[in-house]
Design a protein. Structure first.
Length: 100
């Protein structure tokens, strides 16, 4: 179970990551990066980027909020389970924001 304040940190990481979906997409649609030449399934690629962003933000935000590494690590499995349950929602957000 998350401590209540740490759950708020996780939720902020999720929401802030979802907002970044268009920027993530743009980064892989310009210049020499030919995403489609290297990736078989665009949705899974973007889903992986968003999930990685959520974990990154969760670690940074939780550390900045004063939680110890032990507290953060002890909730990592719970965070992963929550993200796994959010996959349909995340896919829908990706579809809506970048048109896949």
């Amino acid at each position: 179970m998350y401590p209540e304040d740490l759950k708020k940190v996780f939720d902020k990481a999720v929401n802030d990551s979802i907002v970044q979906i268009p920027a993530i997409s743009s980064a892989f649609q310009v210049g020499e990066l030919d995403l489609k030449a290297h990736i078989d399934n665009e949705m899974d690629f973007y889903l992986g980027c968003v999930i990685a962003t959520i974990f990154e933000k969760y670690m940074v935000y939780a550390t900045n909020a004063g939680f110890t590494q032990e507290q953060i690590i002890s909730t990592s499995l719970l965070a992963a389970n929550n993200i796994f349950q959010m996959i349909p929602t995340l896919k829908e957000k990706i579809k809506n924001q970048i048109g896949l």
